[in-house]
Ligand binder design. Structure first.
Ligand code: HEC
Length: 214
C-alpha cells in the first residue's frame, strides 16, 4: 500500500505535466483561432430578451457599493449591497485598453444587509441574495442607445426569485444617472476599485505584481 502510494505520487507530476503541455498547446492554438474570428460574448438575446446569464460569480469581481437605509433617512433607493462582476473577455480588454469592448456584460448581484454586528465591530454585512441586474454594451443589440448600453433586471417584484429572461428598460428609466455621473462610458468605475486600478494597466491590473497599492 505504502509502496504503491509512493509510486503514484512520484509518477503523477511528470505524466500530468506531459499531458498538460500537449493540452495547453492545443488549447492555445484553438483560442488563437477562435479569437481571431470573433470574440466570445457572455450573453444571449432571444427575441429581444436577455437570457439570465449563468456563471457570473466566476467572472471578474470588481467591487461592492452599498447605500444602506440607515444612512439615507430609512429609505435608500438601492438599500442592498451590489456585488459587481464583469465578463472575463471584457476584463482583459479593459486592462489592455482602458475601454469597455463592444460585447461587454456587467452584472450587479443584489445582496441585502444582513447582520450589522460582528466580533470585529458594527458594520454592514452581506445577508441574502435578493436580485440580479445587468447592463450590456452592444452595437448590434442597441444601435441607438447612448454608448450602446441597455439595462435589465431579473429580480421579481418581491425579490424572492429570478426571472428566466429580461427585456431592456427604456434607456431613460435607467441611464440618466449613469450618463450624468458615471466615470467611464456610463459605468460607475469610480466605485469599483478593481476597474479603477486596472484601467489600461495591463499585467499590473491583476494585483500583487508591484508593491504599489494603486
Ligand atoms: C439614481 C441614479 C441611478 C438610476 C436611476 C439607476 N442607476 Fe444603476 N447605478 C447607479 C449607481 C450610483 C451605481 C454604482 C453604485 C451602486 O451600485 O450603488 C449603479 C450601478 C449599476 C450597475 C452596475 C454597472 C455600472 O454601470 O456601474 C448596473 C448593472 C445598474 N446600475 C443597472 C441599473 C438599472 C437596470 C437601472 C434601471 C432600472 C438603473 N441602474 C438605474 C445609479 C443609478
Amino acid at each position: 500500500m505504502e509502496a504503491h502510494k509512493a509510486f503514484a505520487t512520484k509518477k503523477t507530476p511528470s505524466s500530468i505535466l506531459a499531458k498538460g503541455l500537449g493540452a495547453a498547446a492545443l488549447l492555445g492554438a484553438l483560442t488563437l483561432a477562435s479569437t481571431s474570428v470573433s470574440a466570445k460574448e457572455y450573453f444571449t438575446i432571444v427575441d429581444g430578451a436577455l437570457e439570465r446569464p449563468t456563471g457570473y460569480r466566476e467572472w471578474v469581481y470588481v467591487g461592492t457599493p452599498v447605500t444602506p437605509n440607515d444612512m439615507n433617512n430609512g429609505k435608500a433607493a438601492f438599500p442592498e449591497h451590489h456585488n459587481v462582476y464583469i465578463d472575463p473577455e471584457s476584463w482583459t480588454h479593459w486592462k489592455e485598453t482602458g475601454e469597455f469592448r463592444d460585447g461587454t456584460i456587467i452584472i450587479k448581484e443584489l445582496v441585502d444587509v444582513g447582520s450589522k454586528a460582528a466580533v470585529s465591530g458594527a458594520g454592514y454585512f452581506q445577508g441574502h441574495f435578493i436580485g440580479l441586474e445587468a447592463t450590456i454594451k452592444s452595437k448590434k443589440v442597441n444601435p441607438n442607445e447612448p454608448g450602446n448600453w441597455s439595462y435589465y433586471s431579473f429580480s421579481t417584484p418581491d425579490h424572492s426569485s429570478l426571472t428566466e429572461t429580461a427585456t431592456a428598460f427604456p434607456a431613460a428609466a435607467c441611464n440618466a444617472c449613469h450618463a450624468a455621473a458615471a466615470a467611464d462610458d456610463f459605468v460607475f468605475t469610480q466605485y469599483y476599485p478593481v476597474l479603477r486600478a486596472g484601467k489600461g494597466t495591463g499585467e499590473l491590473a491583476i494585483g500583487g505584481v508591484s508593491s504599489s497599492l494603486k
